[in-house]
Design a protein around this ligand. Structure first.
Ligand code: ADP
Ligand code: ZN
Length: 439
């Protein structure tokens, strides 16, 4: 694993000047394509007074209007698709957003590129045809499972599409099938590590050598724990449904930031308040532009993830800029067990069931697994001191939340007026997980 390997050597190591030239050329073409094919976005450009003739290269990027999550909601389901739906061969959806989920699509060519970009990640960490890739990301509308699946198939690895869940069986399958690379969320990797030891085995029971973990924040401390408990090297992968899914950026063996696939995406950091571009190296909101996607090509999508870009030469020889781990968000989105949760979704359910919006979300971590509790105040007319009544109401709310959020919360009903009122901004979320490294 010491020798650096590349999936697309010429592209991954081209000079920064060449990358920028390619990006400029593709930006001009892609901006014209989106302008011509997405009416909603064209109207946005007309309002801003920008036409395709104004965007000739990278220096014009700042003129290109942003896209944000609200635009996806406003045009749900297909209003931002640029290709005819007959050319769309796959849909994916995000794990949940405020109110409505968002849907994205891929042409055959888009899927082929996606697979290639994930293949770069696998090869960067030493994968080859000899590897058995155990994919314990969820399969389905979530991009994790099928994203890694496509990349590993491209490399020619033996894919084990086990999906998430049934944890002891995961250990047995890893052992029996000889899995060498594990792909899942970092919290699930930690849980698998623990289960391995709880089942009375140590790392020698498995043939694993590396793992590719992403889709949620995790710290360097967690990386060390996972590496130790599973006896592997743990690598980070970044992506988001709106842009592509996993593989927008990938970590190499230097384990020091994720290389952004710059031939297919432009990444910028902006000041979230003013929207102004920041110099590389300053902390800001990450913004991505799709340069080659045909079905769902977003221009300057504001991710709300905070990060830093680093263009220093990397020891792996790749020249693509590296992004730090996301260091937080500009909105209140929580990622709990890999699922996006907004406090406003919880509020919607409570209001539907006649509860006041006095609640507290408590997120923690026990044995490397997220815990998720919602304390809800009863109204005087809902108040009851019969335990069975309370349990019934809790179960009802818990089911309603699970069907909206796709994740189970422990609901605790508390007596009226017992949740502390705040004089300023309500502190609705208590998150003790400490997932962001304070560097
Ligand atoms: P996915 O389906 O890939 O999880 P979502 O669209 O549901 O995509 O969520 C994307 C968000 O997940 C990102 O905007 C970011 O906040 C978070 N995320 C993805 N990968 C990572 C990572 N490696 N580290 C930290 N956060 C991540
Ligand atoms: Zn590198």
């Amino acid at each position: 694993m010491s020798e650096n390997k590349y999936y697309h050597k010429d592209i991954e190591t081209m000079s920064v000047e060449q990358i920028k030239e390619l990006q400029g050329k593709r930006l001009a073409e892609q901006f014209r394509y989106v302008y011509e094919n997405v009416e909603y976005y064209r109207n946005r450009c007309i309002e801003a007074g920008v036409t395709p003739d104004d965007v000739k290269g990278l220096e014009d990027l700042h003129k290109v209007p942003f896209t944000c999550k609200d635009d996806l909601r406003a045009t749900y389901p297909y209003g931002l698709f640029a290709a005819p739906l007959k050319d769309v061969v796959r849909l994916h959806a995000s794990s949940g957003t405020t109110g409505k989920q968002i849907v994205v699509g891929y042409t055959k060519e888009d899927l082929d590129i996606w697979d290639d970009l994930v293949a770069r990640q696998l090869v960067a960490i030493g994968a080859s045809k000899d590897d058995f890739v155990h994919i314990a990301y969820g399969y389905g509308l979530f991009t994790g499972g099928l994203g890694l699946h496509g990349g590993a198939s491209k490399v020619g690895c033996t894919v084990i599409p086990i999906s998430a869940g049934n944890t002891p069986r995961q250990i047995t399958v890893m052992h029996d099938f000889g899995s060498t690379i594990l792909c899942c969320t970092p919290s699930y990797a930690a849980y698998l590590g623990e289960t391995l030891h709880d089942m009375g085995h140590d790392t020698s029971y498995l043939n694993l050598k590396a793992g590719i973990f992403g889709a949620e924040p995790w710290t360097e401390g967690m990386r060390k724990d996972i590496e130790k408990s599973l006896g592997i090297k743990a690598y980070d992968i970044y992506g988001l449904t709106e842009i592509m899914g996993p593989g927008v950026a990938y970590e190499c063996q230097a384990q020091n930031g994720m290389h952004v696939n710059e031939d297919h995406f432009i990444v910028e950091t902006i000041d979230p308040e003013t929207g102004k571009q920041l110099p590389e190296g300053s902390k800001g909101e990450l913004v991505f532009t799709c340069l080659t996607k045909k079905a769902f090509p977003l221009m300057r999508f504001r991710t709300k993830d905070i990060g830093v870009l680093n263009r220093e030469v990397c020891s792996c020889g790749r020249t693509f800029v590296r992004m730090s781990k996301p260091m937080g968000r500009t909105d209140d989105m929580l990622i709990i067990r890999g699922v996006n949760v907004f406090p406003s979704q919880i509020e919607t359910v409570l209001l539907q069931y006649g509860y006041p919006p006095n609640y507290q979300i408590i997120v923690g971590r026990e044995n490397n697994n997220d815990t998720f509790e919602v304390k809800v105040e009863m109204t005087p007319d809902k108040f009851s001191d019969v335990i069975a009544d309370i349990r019934k109401k809790e179960a009802e709310l818990s089911n309603a939340m699970q069907s909206l959020l796709q994740i189970k919360a422990k609901i605790t009903l508390v007596a009226p007026k017992t949740i502390q009122r705040s004089e300023g901004k309500a502190k609705r979320v208590i998150d003790t997980r400490n997932l962001i490294d304070n560097k």
